[in-house]
Design a protein around this ligand. Structure first.
Ligand SMILES: Cc1cc2nc3c(=O)[nH]c(=O)nc-3n(C[C@H](O)[C@H](O)[C@H](O)COP(=O)(O)OP(=O)(O)OC[C@H]3O[C@@H](n4cnc5c(N)ncnc54)[C@H](O)[C@@H]3O)c2cc1C
Length: 350
């Protein structure tokens, strides 16, 4: 008997890993991705100095067993986030920041050597690029007899025995139509399911030297008063590329890129001195503007709200449709670990 034909919507970490696991079981899999880029919320870019900077997912820890198992299985090397030296905490703009040191005993966080994109590249090569169709935005999923018909914005239709959507639930429920309608309670929960980091602004400033390390600063900075809210040293694992990278105040999404850039450099110069003004490049990503990740909520939704909710654990449309993706995971939902966990949970049901 031939195995089910499976369509996976979304070529982020969850979609790609689900495809890999199902292929291992002998299923015929097609991944449909709306973007011209593969990776979803994993987005590593190379700045002009050659240093790779993360505009999306970056860190993981020893608690992230699902991700660590995958990283070890694929022999992907990783290294510890640099935190040694003086870190800064700014409570108010009119008083100098407090200085503190992060204990060596603190639970470490890790980064993948060469950038998080290495994980995506490995998955693409294992799944096979011929099984991933980019620039294919799914708009509807309809039940037709024992099958599901998936339609995209190009007017193409795809038939599958099973469909797994890895689109963040709030985005999926608002941008894909389902026939017959999905249960009301599921729709309501999905609309109140937070998409992790969907509102965030990531930035990175590349330098030719790690001048902050030379002044015994760690590069770690937390601020309640300025545009940069959280920042870390982003030196590459081989010490060939240097950058500072972190998150900006999400409210500054109303500013232009140039305005944000200028405020960032002013803040860095205030804290680390004039050398901070001699940067090579500035990169940023306003995730709120990424319509393939973020969809506005029609009410207040708190961070991680409804992540891992029980409504996502059961298949729909007579067992043919699965809602997956990191936000549906029972372990570390919202994080890369959750994306891997969700892939394992769904594929184990096949
Ligand atoms: C700024 C930022 C920082 C982060 N930092 C960390 C971190 O340090 N550590 C960590 O563990 N996690 C972090 N995360 C979270 C992590 O990126 C996610 O948990 C993980 O990448 C989610 O993978 P996913 O496959 O479930 O979803 P996604 O990566 O969102 O993939 C969904 C895919 O579906 C596609 N898509 C959307 N709509 C359609 C459609 N209609 N048709 C077809 N395709 C569609 C999208 O283009 C996307 O490729 C961060 C996220 C962001 C944005």
């Amino acid at each position: 008997m031939s195995k089910d034909k499976v369509i996976i919507i979304g070529a982020g970490l969850c979609g790609l890993y689900t495809a890999y696991l199902l292929q291992q079981k002998g299923f015929e899999v097609l991944v449909l991705e709306a973007n011209d880029r593969i990776g979803g919320r994993i987005k590593t870019v190379t700045a002009s100095t050659g240093v790779t900077v993360e505009m999306g997912a970056t860190w993981f820890g020893n608690q992230h067993h699902n991700l660590l198992t995958l990283v070890h299985e694929f022999n992907i090397p990783y290294f510890r986030q640099h935190t040694q030296g003086i870190s800064l905490f700014e409570t108010m703009s009119f008083v100098p920041p407090q200085k503190f040191e992060i204990s060596e005993a603190e639970e470490p966080s890790f980064r993948i050597e060469g950038g998080t994109k290495v994980l995506i590249e490995q998955l693409i090569s294992k799944v096979g690029i011929e099984h991933i169709k980019t620039q294919t935005k799914v708009t509807s999923i309809k039940e037709q007899g024992n099958q599901l018909v998936v339609t995209d914005t190009n007017g193409n239709s795809y038939f599958a025995d099973k469909v797994i959507s890895t689109v963040p639930p709030n985005l999926g429920i608002n941008t894909i139509t389902f026939e017959p309608n999905l249960p009301d309670n599921l729709v309501q929960v999905a609309q109140k399911t937070h998409t992790w980091m969907g509102e965030s602004i990531k930035f990175a400033v590349a330098y030719t030297t790690p001048f902050w390390r030379e002044q015994n600063y760690s590069g770690t900075l937390f601020s309640q008063a300025s545009i940069i809210q959280e920042m870390y040293d982003h030196t590459s694992f081989d010490h060939n590329g240097f950058a500072l990278k972190g998150f900006l105040n999400a409210g500054t999404s109303v500013l232009s890129k140039e305005e944000r850039q200028q405020k960032v450099i002013t803040q860095l110069t205030t804290f680390f001195g004039p050398e901070a003004a001699h940067y090579v490049s500035y990169n940023e990503k306003v995730w709120r503007e990424e319509s393939l990740t973020f969809h506005p909520y029609d009410q207040l939704v708190l961070a991680h709200q409804n992540n891992g909710h029980m409504v996502f654990q059961k298949p729909l449309l007579n067992g043919k449709l699965y809602l997956s993706g990191s936000e549906t995971a029972l372990q570390h939902p919202g994080y890369m670990d959750g994306a891997v966990a969700a892939a394992k949970t769904i594929s184990s049901q096949f």
